[in-house]
Write a protein that binds this ligand. Structure first.
Ligand SMILES: Cc1cc2nc3c(=O)[nH]c(=O)nc-3n(C[C@H](O)[C@H](O)[C@H](O)COP(=O)(O)OP(=O)(O)OC[C@H]3O[C@@H](n4cnc5c(N)ncnc54)[C@H](O)[C@@H]3O)c2cc1C
Length: 338
């Protein structure tokens, strides 16, 4: 195995990749900052937000108000529209020069693509799709929690000898703290040349997907296999509750609903105040996605269903008459329950 480009003794500081879209820092990057600040406090490290792109002054100014010690911009015309090739080339140059100890990124399509390439270029490890982050008590090493072997185990992964220690974290795992700085953080710039040959792909057009983002829903009604494709019932309940509809993978695989609503290990991590789970057994691969929900109400006719271990309110019944009764009650009251 090739040598690490730099080792623990030469590394310092925590960096968070601040992904931005249409001039706004994306939610998962802001969510990461709260956790990164906690880790920086515990390890007495500085916290840097990395802003890549072209014409990044406005984004950098917004970033400088977030809970960061410093913003580092890496501007170049070839960094937008985003390609992993150009961005990894430029980010790797900045990382080699400034040697952060930790680099955190959102597990978005861009973040995942960039992180994988960077890990190879920097000859370091990457813990992908983390569901939590921590520091090892004695060593201070970054620990990334990931679910493995089909979701039946949770593993803590660390990177002992190579730097930076890299992790991607899924949207919704951490809550945004909303902490702001009174005075803006200093903004540094790393000048990089991105030669044309470093960017073998050209983006001809970008098509934006206008789906829902259920990771931010305050209330969710979730359909499992037990709903048997009767999505209109679940959708009606969601409507009266002013909720979004989510689903287990089975409901998605059956084609009852789009994949952007799948909750769980290979779906989305959600943190609604209320989740009504209809006809889902409660497989670990699903429940990791609702771990952070507030009140969980489960409807399942099987009293032994594992979902009841997670639920705060357990309704052991055929879900259809229960949902119809709830609907009739809410509709007759003519008001959304608080
Ligand atoms: C690597 C891997 C990743 C995965 N990722 C995900 C993921 O991200 N998200 C996910 O959801 N799954 C995921 N899965 C699949 C997961 O293991 C389960 O198979 C899935 O969550 C089960 O979905 P379900 O609960 O809807 O269906 P089932 O397990 O079939 O449960 C249906 C439940 O409905 C109940 N029921 C049936 N009829 C009624 C009724 N009339 N009234 C009340 N209750 C009723 C039954 O008692 C049963 O408990 C993954 C699996 C693997 C191996």
């Amino acid at each position: 195995m090739p040598e690490s480009l730099y080792g623990p003794g030469e590394a310092s500081g925590i960096w968070v990749f601040l992904e931005h879209e249409d001039g706004e820092i994306v939610p998962v990057s802001r969510e990461l900052l709260g956790k990164a600040r906690e880790l920086a406090g515990r390890s007495e490290s500085s916290l840097t937000g990395l802003v890549m792109g072209n014409d990044v002054e406005d984004v950098a100014a917004k970033a400088s108000r977030l809970d960061l010690d410093r913003v580092l911009t890496v501007p170049h015309p070839r960094l937008e529209p985003f390609t992993a090739e150009a961005n990894s080339f430029a980010a790797a140059a900045a990382i080699r020069a400034q040697r952060p100890d930790v680099l955190l990124m959102g597990a978005t399509p861009y973040g995942r693509d960039l992180a994988g390439r960077l890990a190879v270029m920097l000859q370091t490890g990457l813990t992908a799709d983390c569901t939590d982050l921590d520091l090892e008590p004695d060593s201070g090493l970054l620990l990334g929690e990931v679910s493995g072997f089909g979701g039946d185990i949770l593993a803590m992964i660390k990177c002992e000898r190579r730097r930076p220690q890299m992790a991607t974290v899924r949207p919704g795992v951490f809550a945004e703290t909303g902490h702001r700085r009174a005075a803006p953080a200093p903004i540094d710039t790393f000048a990089v040349d991105v030669p044309a040959q470093a960017v073998p792909v050209r983006v001809l057009a970008r098509r934006k997907h206008h789906g829902v983002d259920i990771s931010r829903a305050g209330r969710l009604v979730i359909a499992g296999r037990g709903v048997q494709g009767e999505m209109s019932l679940v959708e009606s309940l969601a409507r009266v509750l002013d909720a979004e509809v989510g689903a287990t993978r089975v409901a998605v695989d059956e084609g009852w609903i789009g994949r952007d609503r799948q909750i769980g290990q290979t779906g989305i991590v959600v943190r609604p105040g209320l989740a009504i789970v209809c006809g889902a057994s409660g497989a670990t691969q699903f429940t990791v996605g609702i771990d952070k929900a507030g009140l969980v109400v489960a409807l399942n006719q099987d009293p032994e269903a594992p979902i009841f271990e997670q639920a705060d309110l357990c309704v052991v019944e055929d879900l259809f008459p229960v949902v119809r009764a709830l609907l009739a009650r809410f509709e007759s009251e003519g008001a959304m329950p608080s």
